[in-house]
Design a protein. Structure first.
Length: 269
């Protein structure tokens, strides 16, 4: 597998919101106001680090799922930055209908191949990206909760609210528990494994994306598509367990911490 899809269409609502105590440089503030999280400078543009990690993990073709007015991203990578390790492609998600709709927008790019799907506002460890590339079928990377707390920029309170993956004895995914209640978490075996939307999909995901309906919050969720693929299409998702952190660039208050984490990380595009 050499293809990767980056979901970069989101509106960035939380990034657009002002936060007390979030001190940004003028260039960071300008991009934050647009909600273009992947283009926020944290040394280099945040998306540069994401793409460099994909190249380090052995991916060669990357599709950015973007909004119709995505000229800022395309122009940056076609005119300002020389990209030689990757071939960049673009797929347009016409409306922000959710993560499953975003994945579905990359159908032509993916074809009949397996592909990685990740968020544009997360920086994943290369070991997770490489491990998914080496899997024989569909898979998901789940991250140990305590390792996330120790090695990411995300507060323990936020991490404890993240979705948790449940697996069987063969380390295949049973389901993703979204926003689990504390009393539910207390009954689960340790360690807990957090989902950060880091997937390896095959062609079956597109049928699953087509079949699901909007969630209670009105979006087509990729977790619902995965559950449909498991329950109705007989798909199995191998769980790749990772004991490392993931960086998250959701809010303005995340920017300084992410920049500190990435300060010494080389970028090679």
């Amino acid at each position: 597998m050499h293809k990767a899809v980056i979901l970069a269409r989101g509106l960035g609502k939380r990034m657009r919101e002002e936060e007390n105590g979030a001190k940004l440089e003028p260039a960071q503030l300008e991009v934050a106001k647009l909600g273009l999280k992947g283009m926020i400078p944290v040394g280099r543009r945040f998306l540069d680090y994401v793409l460099s990690a994909l190249a380090d993990a052995g991916y060669t073709d990357v599709c950015l799922v973007v909004a119709p007015d995505h000229e800022v991203i395309r122009r940056y990578y076609e005119e300002e930055v020389r990209v030689t390790r990757l071939r960049l492609h673009y797929a347009v998600q016409e409306e922000p209908k959710g993560t499953a709709d975003a994945v579905a927008a990359a159908r032509e790019f993916a074809g009949s191949d397996y592909f990685l799907a990740i968020n544009s506002d997360n920086y994943y460890p290369v070991e997770a990206l490489r491990a998914l590339r080496d899997q024989p079928g569909c898979a998901v990377a789940l991250f140990e909760q305590e390792a996330m707390i120790a090695h990411s920029n995300i507060s323990p309170e936020r991490i404890r609210q993240f979705a948790v993956g449940l697996m069987n004895g063969d380390h295949h995914l049973l389901r993703i528990l979204e926003k689990p209640q504390p009393e539910v978490l207390e009954q689960l075996p340790r360690p807990l494994w957090v989902s950060m939307n880091c997937w390896r999909f095959g062609p079956s995901i597109f049928e699953a994306c087509r079949q699901i309906r909007p969630s209670p919050r009105g979006e087509l969720e990729i977790t619902d598509a995965v559950q449909y693929a498991i329950d109705h299409l007989g798909e199995k998702f191998r769980v790749v367990r990772i004991r490392a952190g993931v960086l998250d660039l959701t809010r303005r208050s995340d920017i300084q911490a992410v920049a500190k984490f990435l300060k010494d990380v080389p970028v090679n595009l």
